[in-house]
Ligand binder design. Structure first.
Ligand code: PLP
Length: 409
């Protein structure tokens, strides 16, 4: 008899975005005229075209594949040296990261999920609330949790509440945590973590032999020079953290697919017999066994992000989205709502008007302003009372959304 993985039946997720789609469709079917005006600020996908430097590099790479002399078949599973070295030179200069500590992949979503392959049973998993749902669901699938309760919280997970009082950066837990997921700049709250806060987390991880899984997908949106862009800016992090980065948000690669994980050779975990073991060889083995490398043209396109032309285009892209974020922040503040994020991150996190739940606000915005936002409760119980507006949009759409928010509230 073929036994299935029962853990999949514990999953609550697939709940947020399908539920948003269901409500948008029901509204559109009932109001076909209004449906034409709908502006979507819900899903965190980029909207602006791929930089020309990246497109040109990919065109050239594809032409190379058309010649016998320059054809590339299977590449190195960990990624081409040219890309790994470019990442070190342009993103980690002076931070003590070597090219062979970087693993190129086809996405951070996959990386943050797949990483659980190398961890054993019995780890206590700490995640922030609200949170990027992938961290939770992959732990449910891996059997690292019990069942979900009525609020959607899974037994066995340590939830780290993030709220206005702690500026959406969680307090260090009193008890034990073995794997700690941190994402800064944060999706969904747009919060950033200071050097002091990250230093405290690194100290906790070192003291408890824990590993920090640091998701820096939005690093490129940090404007404040005081805010760390990498966990490896914190002393001692090389022994207790790994970092996930992606080309998706920095350069519009959500449809192209390229990301990377940094695992310092100094990072260790514990084996069943209590001895210390480096993490790097385990991930290297896992990656080369189950993955055959990101495509050559895509890696050439990613490399071009770090060319002079690519850097200039990326700056224009980020400036565009952050200009949107500033407009959205202002419109919500003008409407009298508490506003967070949107300064060093492309998400604006907004408190709902008094007495309105986050799904209530979703319906109100959809029905009365024809704007799709994301209800905070969809990211975890602590997200109740908030909603997320994505700055990934055209300027014209954002200006119209601001106008409608002004008219509605
Ligand atoms: C968008 C995003 C990523 C990037 O995912 P890809 O699979 O590389 O596109 C990673 N983490 C978070 C929190 C994100 O929002």
């Amino acid at each position: 008899m073929a036994r299935l993985n029962d853990n999949f039946l514990k999953l609550k997720a697939g709940y947020l975005f399908p539920e948003i789609a269901r409500r948008v469709k029901a509204f559109s079917d009932a109001n076909p005229e209004a449906a034409k005006n709908i502006i979507r600020c819900g899903i965190g996908d980029v909207t602006e075209p791929l930089p020309a430097a990246c497109r040109e590099a990919m065109h050239r790479a594809i032409d190379e594949l058309g010649t016998r002399e320059q054809f590339h078949g299977y590449g190195p599973e960990q990624g081409y040296e040219f890309l790994r070295q470019a990442i070190v030179d342009h993103q980690f200069a002076g931070l003590g990261i070597a090219a062979d500590e970087i693993f190129i992949s086809d996405g951070s979503k996959c990386d943050t999920g797949n990483i659980l392959d190398i961890f054993g049973p019995g780890n206590t998993i700490a995640i922030t609330d609200p949170v990027y749902p992938v961290y939770v669901d992959t732990n449910v699938m891996a059997g690292n949790t019990g069942d979900a309760d009525a609020s959607g919280a899974y037994a066995g997970l340590v939830y780290l509440p993030c709220n206005a009082a702690n500026q959406f950066v969680p307090a260090i837990p009193e008890g034990k945590a073995d794997l700690i997921y941190l994402c800064y700049p944060n999706n969904p709250t747009g919060a950033t973590a200071t050097r002091e806060q990250l230093t405290a987390w690194v100290a906790y991880a070192r003291e408890h032999g824990a590993i920090i899984l640091y998701d820096a997908a939005y690093e490129a949106f940090i404007r404040d020079p005081e805010i760390p862009r990498s966990i490896f800016e914190i002393e001692g992090a090389h022994e207790c953290a790994m970092e996930f980065r992606s080309f998706s948000k920095i350069a519009g690669f959500t449809g192209v697919r390229c990301a990377y994980t940094i695992i310092p050779k100094a990072l260790t975990g514990t084996l069943a017999d209590g001895s210390r073991q480096a993490v790097h060889p385990l991930w290297s083995r896992r990656h080369s066994t189950k993955f055959n490398g990101a495509s050559y043209p895509v890696q050439r396109g990613a490399e071009a992000v770090f060319s002079d032309a690519g850097k200039a285009e990326v700056k224009t892209l980020i400036d565009h989205y952050m200009g949107n974020a500033a407009l959205l922040r202002e419109a919500c503040a003008q409407a009298g709502l508490p506003v967070f994020g949107g300064v060093n991150a492309p998400y604006v996190w907004v408190g709902c008007p008094a007495g309105v739940t986050s799904w209530g606000m979703f319906d109100k915005m959809l029905e009365q302003a024809n704007v799709v936002i994301t209800p905070g409760a969809g990211f975890g119980a602590a997200g109740e009372g908030y909603f997320r507006i994505s700055a990934f949009n055209s300027r014209a759409n954002v200006e119209e959304v601001c106008r409608r928010i002004g008219a509605l509230l």
